[in-house]
Design a protein around this ligand. Structure first.
Ligand SMILES: Cc1cc2nc3c(=O)[nH]c(=O)nc-3n(C[C@H](O)[C@H](O)[C@H](O)COP(=O)(O)OP(=O)(O)OC[C@H]3O[C@@H](n4cnc5c(N)ncnc54)[C@H](O)[C@@H]3O)c2cc1C
Ligand code: SF4
Length: 487
């Protein structure tokens, strides 16, 4: 339980961020993990509250109080074993999880939460450095073959679990590298990509094969969805060759803004912009020329994707960056008003801190261009009453805009992929599959399962890992009659 009086003695220690002006000059991560001593003090703040709400706040139910205690005692090897017992990839979540666990921490009722995510980060980095993370190939092979469509965190977690259960697993990925949004979407300054490569090496030894550049389906996805496939495989071929198929293709269909001027040059989906920067950092040649350099950039959408567009535009050297959100500005409260649940409150990311004008309750009415290129944006202020919005008369305004990035979320998975497999969809257009009970994660089509954003809609990396793990157990059960994989 850490130190009995730790939460009274020690304050929360934040990870040290590299200074804004320095980190804006590069695309590398800028948050080093806590030192052993800092992590020990942070672990000491865990107060053995009795009912660890943090564990239910964490979608993979990480056994947080146990590894807090182990870090306090400096038993790091036991800490990583405990962390890995619920989470395949703490190296990803320790960097980019928004840490709903910390909102649920009991200490957060009247003080600062334990820095759970920073402890997770410290444990996994130390474990890699110390050589404690090794492949875990299965003792026996099952002779069963499973294919996974999509290599994001859901597909990777599912693949790792199934390979450890002895199945031969092949991960098919449309793009030219493995990782889903971890690779193409999330900027390198939040997650450097060698973390994914290192996990791929581990998984290859465990029995996972990776096939990139292959689109599974009958029809290619279309505008706003990254697609570097060089070949296509029809679903019926996969169904014929594998004992089970897991659909883990994400929720890639971006929400559009069909206002006048949408077709002008310079108005792009965020996912037409962000992956290009990932490719440049990876050293690829011939990356299309879409930059924010010396431009007035307007990001439409106030979430994670928008924030990543802000951070990337700042690194490009944009002239100005404005971020619009349709909803009103949430309250900037210090404590969690709905503890232990996830509150709606103002969140300022490290990218926002690097510089951007944020504006709430704004609706974009039109893009204005010259010679086919966007030059400005017309917008209007909104008033919100009882959850309904109306335009404020006379509040129209115009801003210069050379690059507009649409980051208004994702409506669903690419429908043609689900249709190619003939799986039933839910009311939001996701693959329909239950998460509890007999036949969980199974779709309406025999042998076909679904997990991650493709099943639940746009979500988080940690939810994708949870679904990948749980889906792996469901697949294992269906193939073998029972499963020893953890849920
Ligand atoms: C810009 C951005 C930033 C984000 N930042 C964060 C963050 O900081 N923290 C966080 O927790 N979450 C973040 N998210 C959300 C998070 O990335 C997703 O919830 C998560 O990656 C979903 O995982 P997944 O495995 O279900 O799908 P994805 O990661 O979307 O992976 C799906 C993969 O399947 C492939 N695929 C799809 N269809 C096919 C097909 N037919 N054939 C072959 N391959 C196919 C796609 O190419 C893709 O690589 C962010 C999302 C975006 C867009
Ligand atoms: S995975 Fe996310 S929610 Fe779970 S312990 Fe880590 S930071 Fe917290």
């Amino acid at each position: 339980m850490g130190k009995v009086t730790g939460f009274l003695e020690f304050g929360r220690v934040e990870e040290a961020y590299e200074a804004k002006d320095q980190r804006k000059k590069h695309y590398r991560e800028f948050i080093p993990p806590l030192s052993d001593e800092q992590a020990k003090i942070q672990g000491a703040r865990c107060m053995d509250c009795g009912i660890p709400f943090c564990m239910s706040g964490c979608p993979v139910n990480n056994i947080i109080p146990d590894w807090n205690d182990l870090v306090y005692r400096q038993e790091w090897q036991a800490a990583i074993a405990t962390l890995h017992s619920t989470n395949n990839f703490p190296d990803f979540t320790g960097r980019i999880c928004p840490a709903p666990c910390e909102e649920a921490c009991v200490l957060r009722i009247n003080a600062d939460a334990v820095g759970i995510k920073s402890i997770e980060h410290a444990i996994v980095d130390k474990a890699w450095e110390s050589g404690w993370i090794k492949p875990q190939p299965p003792a026996h092979k099952s002779g069963k073959r499973v294919s996974i469509v999509g290599s994001g965190p859901a597909g990777l977690a599912c693949a790792q679990q199934l390979a450890r259960a002895g199945h031969d697993v092949v991960v098919f990925e449309r793009n030219d590298r493995i990782g889903g949004l971890l690779r193409y979407g999330i900027p390198d300054f939040k997650l450097e990509k060698w973390h994914i490569d290192r996990r791929m090496e581990q998984m290859a030894v465990e029995g996972v094969s990776f096939r990139t550049g292959v689109h599974i389906g009958n029809q290619r996805p279309g505008k706003g969805v990254p697609d570097w496939a060089t070949g296509t495989i029809a679903p019926r071929k996969l169904l014929a060759e594998f004992d089970a198929v897991v659909l883990a293709g994400g929720a890639e269909q971006p929400r559009d803004l069909p206002v006048p001027g949408r077709d002008l040059d310079g108005v792009h989906f965020a996912m037409e912009f962000l992956p290009l920067q990932n490719k440049r950092v990876a050293g690829d040649a011939g990356v299309p020329d879409l930059w924010a350099t010396d431009k007035h950039v307007i990001v439409i959408g106030g979430g994670d994707t928008g924030s990543d567009c802000v951070g990337t535009s700042n690194r490009h050297g944009a002239k100005s960056i404005t971020q619009f959100e349709l909803l009103p500005m949430p309250p900037d409260v210090e404590r969690n008003p709905v503890w232990p649940y996830w509150p709606t409150r103002l969140r300022t990311s490290s990218s926002h801190e690097e510089g951007a004008q944020r504006d709430w309750s704004v609706a974009t009415k039109a893009f204005i261009g010259e010679n086919g290129k966007v030059k400005s944006l017309q917008a209007v202020r909104l008033e919100w009453k009882d959850g309904k919005m109306s335009e404020v008369a006379g509040s129209e305004f115009t801003l210069p805009a050379d690059l507009v990035l649409l980051a208004m979320g994702f409506v669903s998975p690419v429908q043609s992929v689900l249709e190619a497999f003939s799986v039933e969809k839910d009311s939001r257009g996701n693959a329909k599959a239950a998460t509890e009970g007999q036949g969980c994660y199974a779709t309406s089509v025999p042998k076909v399962f679904a997990a991650g954003d493709m099943r639940r809609g746009q979500s988080l990396v940690v939810w994708a890992i949870r679904e990948g793990r749980q889906c792996a157990r469901a697949v294992d059960e269906s193939l073998m009659g029972s499963s020893e994989l953890p849920r």
